[in-house]
Design a protein around this ligand. Sequence first.
Ligand code: SAH
Ligand code: SF4
Ligand code: F3S
Length: 448
Amino acid sequence: MTKKLFVKTYGCQMNVYDSARMADVLAPLGYGPGDSPEDADMVILNTCHIREKASEKVFSELGRLRQIKTEKDGGLIIAVAGCVAQAEGEEILRRAPFVDIVLGPQTYHRLPEMVAQASRAALANGNGGAVLDTEFPIEPKFDHLPEPRADGPAAFLSVQEGCDKFCTFCVVPYTRGGEYSRPSQAILDEAKKLVDQGVVEITLLGQNVNAWHGDDGKSFGWLIRQLAKLDGLERIRFTTSHPRDMDDDLIDAHGEVKKLMPFLHLPVQAGSNRMLEAMNRRHDRDFYFGLVDKLRAARPDLALSSDFIVGFPGETDADFADTLDLVRRVGFVNTYSFKYSARPGTPAAIMPNQVDEAVKEARLAQLMDLLQEQTNHFNQNCLGMEMAVVLDRQGKYPGQLIGRSPYMQPVHVDNVAHLAGHLVNVRISEIHPRSLKGEIIEAERMRA
Ligand code: SAH
Ligand code: SF4
Ligand code: F3S
């Protein structure tokens, strides 16, 4: 009998990748995908610690799972994985003793042993005897993961983990550990296996993906050029990059590698030099402008997106005005902005001059308006354009599919059920607030 696994994922794409890999690891134990916690034998919450709101969700979700577990007479394994587990493992077990397994982002290759151990404990004492594994093992998990299973035409591939940058607001260096680059051969092998399963688009992932370097000092630009040689792979993306690691070779790759999509997420966080310094971002605004100029010279149609934090400790109206000015000068699409959230254990959390919640709120609204305006403007300019779209998701209506444009815009296309999973050329016929509509010009690639 197959057992059912339900994984709920919070946070960034690395967590999405990890969730898929956890499912891969548990498949040999007989776990297949379940639709809800109610019909599952095991639930994994893959958690995110980046902002207070993200972390809080875990405990409210656990309350709900507790009830389901009781209704099932204990017949539900509950695991908490990811960055909250890493940061607050003990706390989770204290506040939620019905949790069976707590595991960090670097140990999920050991899930089968953890499940066995938790099941033995449940048999022996009815409940209790939870497993906690939040180590940073010396041998990376990647060496112990099974073959990746593709799920559709677009796939994520983690190439780099962790972070050594220590921005003063950020928990990632603590939850994910230090920087680690996977060996190039392992990455190229994984990419090949994905392409053999019909994948046409790969997004390379890392907390600082462009800090990736090969065992022999090879650069991230080199890795992209190697991947581009893979027959059948049509599109390459990567996220998230740090401005400091955007070297000339990688910038050149944007001009030279056709398969590299003309969209780059390059978070800057703030526009004021004072704030960039206090955040320990290791560059100033002119450095960022310089990068943008070089990138646009290499690839004139490049669309840029970013992340911003408003209300970092000490941020004044003048600092915030610098952020608005930077946004106007660069021009972004699809950009995220957040109110600063004080995270326990990070230097910024104990800085003086924490900004008032109401001020943060007002600045966020103003920044989001400007960013939305820029996104709308960019989208309007796409009317009538021809672009290639990988149709990888079901739409709202029967026969409708949704895919991503080269610039990461969602594009919906009607009456194309037969083209699911294909890379097609469309002409943009309508601009909607959150998506574009496309009409098929030709089905460029036929793939099962
Ligand atoms: N490595 C990436 C970011 C990873 S976290 C980079 O360096 O850009 C994703 C985003 O969450 C960050 O870019 C930042 O904008 C936001 N973020 C991180 N910590 C935060 C905090 N304490 N409060 C609010 N936003 C935060
Ligand atoms: Fe966090 Fe900064 Fe590292 Fe990005 S570069 S993960 S924001 S510490
Ligand atoms: Fe969140 Fe961890 Fe990603 S804190 S943003 S899930 S690296």
